[in-house]
Design a protein. Structure first.
Ligand code: ARG
Ligand code: MN
Ligand code: MN
Ligand code: MN
Length: 307
């Protein structure tokens, strides 16, 4: 089992500076060492970079750095496609616009291999704006729309070779969804679980039924973990905190259940902003969550069966 750590120091998709230091903070928090202690082989891909870009305007006046995000998306997509054939790529953000490239490239590989890709999107936000509906203009608010093939990206973002089926996407942890996103999600086919659904049903039951479907349909999984999925009390190091998020125990449970499926092939850990963190505690928590996803466990117990 080989993990490939890929730094994507992107901050042009957010309204706050500092997310470009996220990848460095994951390393300082001991991510590689933690994974090696679990018996995994770790390959360090280093940080990606883009050259200078020619600015480009979009009719939506709120949008700023579209050329830069397009350039990042292209670079990340290629690396995702290539590394997916060599191990498990782990994308260390950078803001959530990283997922536009990672998921696009992962799915290009999956389609080529004849595999059905499912995406678990762990986030306070749905990031389902198009370039035309975003009110903030922050492009970390659009990757879920781009990778599922919503219109309006052509000519701005790289052409999407293989859109992910909306029916294969499950969003968990939502508590900040803009009106345009909410109406677009309705009838999109995407499964959405907001915090109310988690409170009423328990996160284990909701995630469990999605994972069961992935197993039954013979799919593989990409996990996109936005730091703001977590409650700001335990994870303050993120630019877009929203109160009432996932608890320490809920987050670890999801990671442990994901590990039990054996189907997670790729991961984004995004939106960590070390400039806003408190003595590295958000980075350290995320390293522990990735460890749970990669097989750290409290006790030996029979692996849960999903059929
Ligand atoms: N929906 C809001 C916006 O478009 C928030 C997006 C936050 N996204 C994120 N990846 N943190 O600005
Ligand atoms: Mn997000
Ligand atoms: Mn978010
Ligand atoms: Mn924003």
């Amino acid at each position: 089992d080989r993990c490939i750590l890929i730094g994507a120091p992107v901050e042009a998709g957010t309204g706050r500076r500092g997310a470009d230091m996220g990848a460095r903070a994951f390393r300082a928090a001991g991510l590689a060492e933690t994974l090696r202690d679990l018996g995994l082989e770790v390959r360090e891909h280093g940080n990606l970079f883009i050259g200078p870009v020619v600015p480009k305007a979009h009719p939506n006046p709120m949008i700023g750095d579209i050329a830069e995000i397009a350039a990042w998306t292209e670079v990340i997509e290629k690396v995702a496609y290539e590394t997916a054939a060599q191990g498990m790529p782990i994308f260390l953000g950078g803001d959530h616009s990283v997922a536009a490239g990672s998921i696009a490239g992962i799915n290009r590989r999956a389609v080529e291999d004849g595999r059905e890709l499912f995406v678990l999107w762990l986030d306070a936000h749905s990031d389902y704006h198009t370039l035309d509906t975003t009110e903030s203009g922050n492009l970390h608010g659009v990757p879920a729309a781009y990778v599922t093939g919503r219109p309006g990206f052509a000519g701005y973002f790289p052409p999407l070779v293989a859109p992910v089926k909306p029916e294969n996407v499950c969003m968990v942890g939502l508590r900040s969804v803009d009106p345009a996103e909410r109406s677009a999600l309705d009838g999109s086919g995407i499964t959405v679980h907001d915090m109310r659904a988690i409170d009423e049903n328990g996160i284990g039951r909701l995630v469990g039924s999605f994972l069961k479907e992935v197993v039954v349909r013979g799919g593989i999984l990409h996990v996109s973990l936005d730091v703001d999925f977590l409650d700001p009390e335990i994870a303050p190091g993120v630019g877009t905190t929203v109160p009432g998020g996932a608890t320490f125990r809920e987050a670890h449970l999801v990671m442990e259940m994901l590990h039990d499926t054996g189907l997670v092939r790729s991961l984004d850990v995004v939106e960590l902003n070390p400039f806003l963190d408190e003595r590295g505690r958000t980075a350290l928590l995320l390293v522990d969550l990735v460890a749970s996803l990669m097989g750290r466990r409290i006790l030996d117990r029979p692996t849960r069966s999903w059929s």
